[in-house]
Design a protein around this ligand. Structure first.
Ligand SMILES: [Zn+2]
Length: 258
C-alpha cells in the first residue's frame, strides 16, 4: 500500500474507528466534544478538485470532517463547496486576509468579512482556520490580536481555540507527519512527543494515541495513481524549496536588522 494514497487513508480511518474513535467536525467538537474523537481538518490550498476523493471516502465511511478552502480561484469552486455540505461535512474559510493586505488590519477586516460571506452562501460557517502564507512575513492570526472572531459570528479557530497539550496535532505538511521543522506556521506548542514520518507509524501507534486528535490533511499531497503520485512529489519538492527560501530570506533579514 503506497503512503499518502487514498487506500492508506481509508485504512487509517478504519483502524481509528476500530479503536473506538468517533469523528466530529471542529464546530461540533467545540459545541460538544465526544469522549474519544478525531477531528479531521482539510486545508484546501490550491485545487478544490483534490478534495473530492476525501469528501466521498469519508461520506462512504460515515466520517465527518471539516473543510477549509482558500478564497482563490483554484479553490473557491461552488460545485465542490456544495458537495462538502451535501455530504454532511463542515465548511469553513481558510483565511489569509492579513497577509494578502500586507498587514493592513482595516483592509484585512473588510476582506475577511466579504470572503466569509461568500462561503456563507453555502454553509452557516462558524469556524475558520488560517492559511500559513509561507511567502509572506505576515502571520494571518495576528488579526485576532485586534479583533475577536466572535464579532464575525464565529465560534473558533483551531490554532486559537484548541489546547494542543490536550488535543494531539498531526499534520501531513510536506508529505510527512513530522514536517513541522519545515513548516513556517503549521506547527503548535505541545507536550506530546510523538514523531511520525509515515502513515504506517500512526496506524501502528493508534493504541498509544490520546483521546483527542486533530488530523490535518492537505488533499494536494495525496494520490493513488502512479502519475498522480509523481505530480504530488514534484509539488512537495518545489513547495519545500519555496518555504526554505522564504525562511532563509526572513532569517537573513532579521540578522541584518540586529
Ligand atoms: Zn493553507
Amino acid at each position: 500500500m503506497n503512503d499518502f494514497s487514498y487506500k492508506i487513508y481509508r485504512y487509517l480511518l478504519k483502524r481509528l474507528i476500530q479503536h473506538g474513535y468517533g469523528f466530529q467536525t471542529f464546530e461540533s467538537y467545540l459545541d460538544n466534544p465526544l469522549p474519544k474523537a478525531v477531528l479531521i481538518r482539510h486545508d484546501i490550498d490550491l485545487f478544490a478538485s483534490c478534495a473530492v476523493p476525501f469528501i466521498r471516502i469519508e461520506k462512504e465511511m460515515g466520517v465527518k470532517a471539516s473543510y477549509y478552502f482558500r478564497i482563490i480561484n483554484g479553490t473557491f469552486k461552488p460545485d465542490v463547496l456544495k458537495e462538502v455540505v451535501a455530504s454532511g461535512h463542515e465548511l469553513g474559510y481558510h483565511y489569509e486576509d492579513l497577509a494578502r493586505n500586507a498587514g493592513d488590519l482595516e483592509r484585512a477586516k473588510s476582506d475577511f468579512t466579504l470572503n466569509l460571506d461568500k462561503f456563507r452562501q453555502f454553509y452557516p460557517v462558524r469556524t475558520v482556520c488560517m492559511h500559513g502564507s509561507s511567502g509572506s512575513h505576515v502571520d494571518n492570526r495576528d488579526m485576532w490580536k485586534t479583533y475577536s472572531f466572535k464579532d464575525f459570528g464565529l465560534l473558533g479557530e483551531p490554532y486559537i481555540s484548541l489546547d494542543f497539550n490536550d488535543v494531539l496535532y498531526l499534520s501531513d505538511t510536506s508529505k510527512r507527519w513530522n514536517g513541522s521543522t519545515i513548516a513556517l506556521r503549521d506547527k503548535v506548542e505541545s507536550q506530546y512527543a510523538f514523531s511520525f514520518t509515515t502513515t504506517w507509524d500512526i496506524i501502528n501507534n493508534i493504541p498509544k494515541l490520546p483521546d483527542h486528535i486533530m488530523l490535518t490533511i492537505h488533499p494536494e499531497y495525496w494520490a493513488d495513481s502512479f502519475w498522480g503520485r509523481a505530480a504530488v512529489n514534484a509539488f512537495v519538492i518545489t513547495h519545500s524549496m519555496y518555504k526554505k527560501y522564504y525562511r532563509n530570506r526572513r532569517s537573513m533579514r532579521k540578522a541584518a536588522n540586529k
